[in-house]
Design a binder for this molecule. Sequence first.
Ligand code: CMP
Length: 140
Amino acid sequence: MTHTLAIIKPDAVAAGNAGRIIAHLEERGFRLLAARMTRLTRDQASEFYGVHRERPFYGELVEFMTSGAVMPLVLKAESAVGKLREAIGSTDPAEAADGTVRKLYAESKARNAIHASDSDENAANEIHFFFSDADLLATR
Ligand code: CMP
């Protein structure tokens, strides 16, 4: 079993889809290990998405991710990183497979409902961006 980080993004929280998205992931075999609701500051969103700093959509991404509440989640499953990326679908909901979170709940490439870590190394870093070791140990 491995761990990964998901973030239910402001569009999905505001639309009242957070509970449905968590249920969807649990039904597909993910165990919820930790969860928070928070609103990112501009500094937090800029740091979290730092790898995209040079991309043309970076400003829009930071703006969007600070526009409302988000829910970071730590999920556990066998090969959690790959399994979650499969479950959420392509970045662009128009290209996402049927039955994926983004096909069901995303509006656009920018307002795409959910984030998922893209490697085990990034998952570890992203989990620690939002959760302390104590948070994770408490729910083991
Ligand atoms: P996420 O998985 O959170 O990681 C980077 C995010 O950048 C991605 O989801 C999208 O929300 C966003 N993104 C990627 N491409 C574009 C784009 N062309 N326009 C706007 N946002 C984008």
